[in-house]
Design a binder for this molecule. Structure first.
Ligand code: HEC
Length: 107
């Protein structure tokens, strides 16, 4: 159990380096690692910055875990917003959970 927590912290601290490393994420990866991967392949990073890496069309998400709960993150991703596409029809529930698992650690 404590191993898992360390791994999640690791993947968060080392972002964005794992972003490219994560391109080969498979089903054995943790939720969070898969969330990093999705953040990359679904184009979130095109608009959002995390730890000085990514675009600036949308808000910086480096500390989004302090601002939004898991539920609020989900709602925002599914519904989109001003200048943010709605991902409700793009992500399945599994992918949504992985993205939220990753984003809620960004504190
Ligand atoms: C085309 C650019 C764009 C893309 C792609 C995009 N976003 Fe956004 N996002 C935005 C903008 C702009 C806002 C602010 C909109 C608003 O407040 O109504 C936003 C807001 C958010 C917020 C709320 C941030 C806060 O501080 O309140 C979250 C969380 C978020 N986006 C996550 C994601 C995730 C996860 C993805 C990928 C699945 C994604 N976004 C893809 C542009 C984008």
């Amino acid at each position: 159990m404590s191993d898992e927590i360390t791994n999640e912290k690791e993947s968060r601290r080392n972002f964005p380096l794992p972003v490219t490393a994560m391109a080969s994420a498979d089903k054995n990866d943790t939720l969070v690692q898969q969330g990093v991967h999705l953040f990359y392949i679904k184009g979130c990073e095109y608009c959002h910055n995390i730890n000085h890496y990514g675009g600036n069309k949308g808000p910086d998400l480096t500390t989004v875990g302090n601002r939004l709960s898991a539920e609020q993150l989900q709602i925002r991703i599914v519904s989109g917003g001003d200048n943010m596409p709605s991902y409700g029809g793009i992500l399945n529930k599994d992918e949504l959970n992985k993205l939220v698992a990753f984003l809620e650690l960004q504190k």
